[in-house]
Design a binder for this molecule. Structure first.
Ligand SMILES: [Zn+2]
Length: 322
């Protein structure tokens, strides 16, 4: 009895070992076949959308960190990402390609970038934009060296609009601001305007000895200009840019310089002792064109200033010596 039992047991053991072996081989074959056809990947989901596959999660996360979360470029202050990626392990056909780069680009497109730049204001008017605070401060310090009375403000600006951060290089910014300072100073110095012609300079400083339009015993008609009395030889400056029409002795006007400024506007300077310009010469506002004298019909050294619009004399005190 025992002998038969032992033999049967031996037989079953042998058979089950064979079976286990076969199962193992089969599994191995199946797994082998799976890995021939399929590969392991991570499916990446942004928001609710599966955007692709990646091969190596750790490397990919490093790339996200570098190119998205810590994205750095000119003027970038901070970056906000809408959706953090989520990962799911998957087996996909070996023919499927992973698209790490595309996913990164998609994430970059979705991020909100805040840009920082600095505005420089001159007398509360923004005149320049630069990239950083140090640049702005440097520029202001340089400009203040030339004129310590200039009032500058540096304003930090944050924007999501990349169009706003078109900043200038420091050298360009300096030139731009210098030009704007010059422009502002010129504007401040304009003392009057005649038909669009800017009067920038008073011809002489002195005492008004006879106003426009008054009658006098020494003249047959009313006064066609303004008399400013000052010592003989005082330089006479031209009030605005223009061209010399004539510079010659003209009867009761004495030595008379006539300047044309365009738009039908002329200025006349009479009774001069010396004339330094001649007909056809171009002059710039502030140029000395003659010296005060008492030539022609005059009772003492003074400048007779006349402003003419289309040939008609007007009161100079509307425009200057107010
Ligand atoms: Zn006069």
């Amino acid at each position: 009895m025992n002998f038969i039992l032992k033999r049967k047991l031996k037989f079953y053991t042998k058979e089950s070992l064979k079976f286990v072996g076969m199962i193992t081989i089969a599994f191995g074959l199946i797994i082998g076949m799976i890995f021939i056809k399929y590969k392991p990947v991570y499916a990446v989901t942004l928001g609710n959308e599966e955007v692709g596959y990646i091969e190596n999660k750790e490397n990919f996360e490093k790339e996200v960190e570098k190119n998205v979360i810590n994205y750095s470029a000119k003027n970038v202050d901070s970056v906000n990402i809408k959706d953090k990626p989520s990962y799911e392990f998957k087996l996909v056909s070996r023919e499927e390609e992973t698209n790490e780069k595309e996913i990164i680009i998609a994430m970059q497109k979705d991020m909100t970038i805040k840009y920082k730049y600095y505005e420089i204001a001159l007398n509360d008017k923004v005149v320049e934009k630069v990239d950083n605070k140090e640049e702005a401060q440097n520029l202001v310090n340089q400009l203040k060296k030339d004129d310590k009375d200039l009032k500058f403000n540096i304003i930090e600006k944050i924007t999501t609009n990349i169009e706003e951060i078109k900043t200038d290089k420091i050298e360009v910014a300096k030139t731009n601001i210098s030009n704007k300072i010059k422009e502002q100073k010129e504007k401040e110095s304009i003392i009057g305007e005649v038909k669009g012609i800017k009067l920038a300079v008073k011809p002489v400083e002195g005492i008004i000895s006879s106003r426009y339009g008054v009658s006098s015993r020494i003249r047959r008609s009313t006064h066609t200009g303004l008399d400013i009395a000052t010592s003989s030889g005082t330089p006479i400056k031209v009030v605005s840019d223009g061209t010399v029409i004539s510079a010659q002795y003209t009867g009761s006007y004495g030595n008379l310089v006539k300047i044309s400024h365009g738009n039908g506007v002329e200025t006349w300077y009479a009774h001069t002792s010396k004339m330094y310009v001649s007909a056809g010469q171009k002059v710039k506002a502030g140029d000395v064109i003659a010296a005060v004298g008492s030539t022609g019909n005059s009772t003492g050294p003074h400048l007779h200033l006349e402003i003419r619009i289309n040939g008609n004399h007007v009161n100079p005190q509307i425009y200057m010596y107010k």
